[in-house]
Write a protein of this length. Structure first.
Length: 137
């Protein structure tokens, strides 16, 4: 049986955390979006100094991780894990077996997976969704 989330959070608070991987990822997301820390924090729904505190070594709380992930279009579990928090089942991605998909679909999925910029990858995936939606009308 899995440990209750409240206990996982308590244990996470007790652990010493190296915040460097989180700040490195945050800086890459900022560069990819060509964004300042202040603007990104405010756009994510945080106070204007939130990102500066993180870069300065303060662990963001779970809510801040989720809001930043939403703003940067990444899975919240990625930022939660980098910040030393437990991941949440609500954000788990369910895998689809390639065995049950037509070969063309697998090819498209593989092409998308090779795009390193998450924002561009998501935009392209949304474009496919729009095109496919129009084909099904």
């Amino acid at each position: 049986m899995t440990e209750p989330i409240s206990r996982q959070i308590h244990k996470a608070r007790q652990k010493k955390l190296d915040i460097a991987p989180f700040t490195t990822r945050l800086e890459k997301l900022l560069v990819a979006k060509n964004e300042t820390m202040r603007k990104a924090a405010l756009s994510a729904g945080l106070d204007h100094q939130a990102m500066r505190r993180v870069v300065g070594g303060v662990r963001p709380n779970m809510t801040s991780c989720i809001l930043l992930a939403n703003y940067f279009d990444v899975n919240p579990n990625e930022l939660l894990e980098l910040a030393g928090w437990p991941t949440l089942k609500a954000f788990d991605m369910q895998g689809v077996s390639a065995q049950n998909l037509p070969p063309e679909s697998v090819d498209v999925a593989l092409y998308l997976s090779r795009i390193s910029n998450p924002g561009k990858r998501k935009k392209l995936a949304r474009a496919f969704e729009i095109i496919i939606g129009e084909c099904n009308e």
